[in-house]
Design a protein around this ligand. Structure first.
Ligand SMILES: Nc1ncnc2c1ncn2[C@@H]1O[C@H](COP(=O)(O)OP(=O)(O)OP(=O)(O)O)[C@@H](O)[C@H]1O
Length: 270
């Protein structure tokens, strides 16, 4: 993995957003690489700038300083090579479950022949437990089902990159665990490069090859941790003593950053 080509490169990335009180720095001097086939999780306090980091790779936000390269070229727009799963923007409310999954496939027409589309739609509806809801609109689905639909849409297109922002946040514990295993399964078969934002330390360790811990806002890299478990990864890594040690260490770092962020919020409201 360490010798695989670099696919995503953050080079001294900074972002300032305008506010009533002047520019607010959200990212500061963020530099790291993501290599082909890596699974990198980003973890840090709420509101520190993680989604903004992801939005730059997605092509939705331009950095104020530095740059992000995708396969050596600066990212300037979204593209079908990047499957994006954001909590809020995952599904089109005016399309049914089936149509939502089909939509992405039609956009990626070059890569998914028409004859295969119906089969692909059926397959992902089945995998996500949505087959009985094929003709339902998202507003008639639960939050968890909508999230599974967003996952189905992204996976069906088989993008090279998956950019996932808390993709399992609205799911109950059982479904979350099933969706984590399904993701590992999809990666094992299709080999993708993944960036995942999560608030769950356990999820980050269970899924990732590396974990980037970021600081309170403005997000900087606090540390990058190599996960010592290979793939395919089995449920029983949870019982490995190294898993527990790593969880305690990362929780400690994240709690320190949450405390720093909370102090900032108090100062802002003074
Ligand atoms: N387009 C924007 N314009 C102005 N401010 C923004 C914009 N996008 C995000 N922000 C602000 O930047 C800060 C970081 O937001 P971001 O969504 O990146 O954080 P986050 O770490 O992903 O948070 P969470 O974990 O709660 O999802 C927040 O204070 C947010 O209000």
């Amino acid at each position: 993995m360490r010798t695989a080509p670099v696919r995503v490169s953050f080079e001294h990335v900074g972002v300032d957003f305008p506010t009533q009180h002047g520019p607010m720095r959200v990212l500061d001097d963020v530099s790291f690489d993501v290599r082909d086939g890596e699974f990198v999780s980003i973890i840090g306090p709420s509101g520190c700038g993680k989604t903004t980091l992801m939005n730059i790779v997605g092509g939705f936000v331009q950095p104020s300083q530095g740059r992000v390269l995708l396969d050596g070229k600066p990212v300037d727009a979204p593209g079908p090579d990047r499957g994006v799963i954001f909590q809020e923007y995952g599904v089109f409310p005016w399309l049914t479950v089936r149509q939502n999954i089909e939509f992405g496939l039609k956009l990626a027409a070059g890569r998914v022949p028409a004859a295969q589309r119906e089969q692909t739609v059926q397959r992902y509806m089945g995998l996500m437990g949505l087959s009985d809801f094929a003709n339902h609109f998202p507003k008639h689905l639960s939050g968890g089902m909508r999230q599974r639909l967003a996952l189905a849409r992204a996976y069906a297109v088989r993008p090279q990159f998956l950019l996932m922002d808390e993709p399992f946040g609205a799911l109950d514990a059982q479904t979350r665990s099933a969706m984590q295993d399904l993701l590992l399964d999809v990666l094992q078969r299709e080999g993708k490069t993944v960036i995942l934002i999560t608030h769950s330390v356990e999820e980050a360790i269970y899924l990732s090859s590396r974990i980037v811990v970021v600081t309170a806002r403005p997000a900087r890299i606090r540390t990058i941790i190599d996960v010592p478990f290979g793939y395919p990864r089995a449920e029983n890594v949870h019982e490995d003593p190294r898993f527990g040690e790593m969880r305690a260490h990362i929780r400690d770092l994240v709690m320190q950053e949450y405390a720093a962020q909370a102090r900032q919020t108090v100062r802002l409201s003074d």
